[in-house]
Design a protein around this ligand. Structure first.
Ligand SMILES: *Cc1c(COP(=O)(O)O)cnc(C)c1O
Length: 360
């Protein structure tokens, strides 16, 4: 079997060029006579690669000098605890709930302090992003938390919430590097890389310097303190060297395609193709129009058995992992940076055929 079109939400599709380049270097990285995954993380070739990777990310995202970039392990889920542990001075934080991951982050934060829900879209199964232009942010809140793109529900913040001057913390796992953003509007940005960037097991954090605090009276394990990895340039202990290396290759790939402006144009074109077909079809798009994600597209037929048939038939055509998350059902096409336009075209072609045969 050749390459399929992989619509998985994560781990997810990576660029073929990147996979080939990894394959080419598997036995001999850059004349070292060994693979990058066999190499000491304290060696010069590795450290050079790490520093170049950080610099490429800084260039791509235009990260201001007063922000630090670190790579940590434990997945995005570990940051659900690390965030309150690193930011809670007053032990108060305000959360906006727009899906599964922000709810999990909220529940975890409650272990550490007084957490307020500022807004929620749970009333309509997280199918939209609530109006966040005038929220009741507490004066002494340490930060306001959002999950910017809701991987499971297929929604995305089109405008950042008005935090009334408080620090904004954003989980960008499923929209990281999908379009340009203004880093200076955030206190902390973090992303598990397995959605849009690289192999699972790595989290990238971009943290404003003054938020790398050491004056909190919370007992925080050394490994969970951001300061530990900032001070050690992400080499406090053995990092996920392979994932960092692949992310570095993806950053170069993004640069070669023209950076994040070009990515945004590509991603919008792909998403518009799929959404405009969805809106003209008998399928039901599950996220409200104004809140739609350009990374995760959720839809259903309106009939559970037909949904299951859709997923099975799609797989036979090489359209893989299109089943919706178990909490929502239906279908979800994750169309990250590395999904080519041809994948969307083939999906639409299949959807049309399925519609003619089964949706009356
Ligand atoms: C997948 C995902 C997570 C969880 O990531 P893990 O690395 O599995 O912990 C958190 N937030 C968002 C937005 C995600 O898409």
């Amino acid at each position: 079997m050749g390459r399929v079109y992989n619509f998985s939400a994560g781990p997810a599709v990576l660029p073929v060029e990147v996979l080939e380049s990894i394959q080419n270097e598997m036995l001999d990285y850059n004349g070292t006579g060994m693979s990058i995954i066999e190499m000491s993380h304290r060696s010069k070739p590795f450290e050079d690669m790490l520093n170049e990777t950080i610099q490429d990310l800084r260039d791509l995202m235009n990260i201001p000098d007063n922000y630090k970039v670190i790579f940590v392990q434990g997945g995005a889920s570990q940051q659900f605890a690390a965030i309150p542990m690193n930011l809670m001075k007053n032990k108060k934080a305000d959360y906006i709930l727009t899906g599964e991951f922000s709810t999990k982050a909220y529940q975890e934060a409650k272990l550490f302090g007084d957490i307020k829900v500022l807004a929620s879209s749970e009333d309509k199964q997280f199918s939209y992003i609530p109006d966040c232009s005038d929220l009741d942010v507490r004066d002494d809140a340490d930060y306001v938390y959002i999950c910017e793109n809701n991987t499971i529900y297929g929604t995305k913040f089109k405008e950042l919430p008005n935090t009334k001057g408080k620090v904004l913390v954003s989980d960008q796992s499923s929209c990281f590097l999908s379009e340009p953003i203004d880093v200076s509007k955030y206190g902390v940005i973090y992303a598990g890389v397995q959605k849009n960037v690289g192999p699972a097991g790595l989290v990238i954090l971009i943290i404003r310097e003054d938020l790398i605090r050491q004056d909190l009276d919370i007992v925080t394990p050394t490994m969970l303190k951001w300061h530990t990895q900032v001070k050690a340039n992400s080499l406090y202990n053995t990092p996920n060297s392979f994932s960092i290396y692949v992310c570095g290759k993806v950053f170069k790939w993004l640069k070669s395609l023209g950076g994040l402006e070009a990515m945004k144009a590509r991603n919008e074109e792909k998403a518009n193709l799929l959404y405009s077909y969805l809106d003209s079809s008998k399928y039901i798009a599950t996220a409200e129009k104004e809140s739609r994600s350009i990374m995760n597209v959720t839809f259903k037929t309106g009939d559970k058995d037909l949904d299951a048939l859709f997923v099975a038939e799609a797989a036979k055509q090489g359209l893989i992992s299109i089943k919706g998350h178990r909490v929502v059902g239906g279908m979800r096409a994750s169309i990250y940076n590395a999904m080519p336009k041809e994948g969307i075209e083939k999906l639409i072609e299949f959807m049309k055929e399925f519609e003619r045969e089964h949706l009356k």
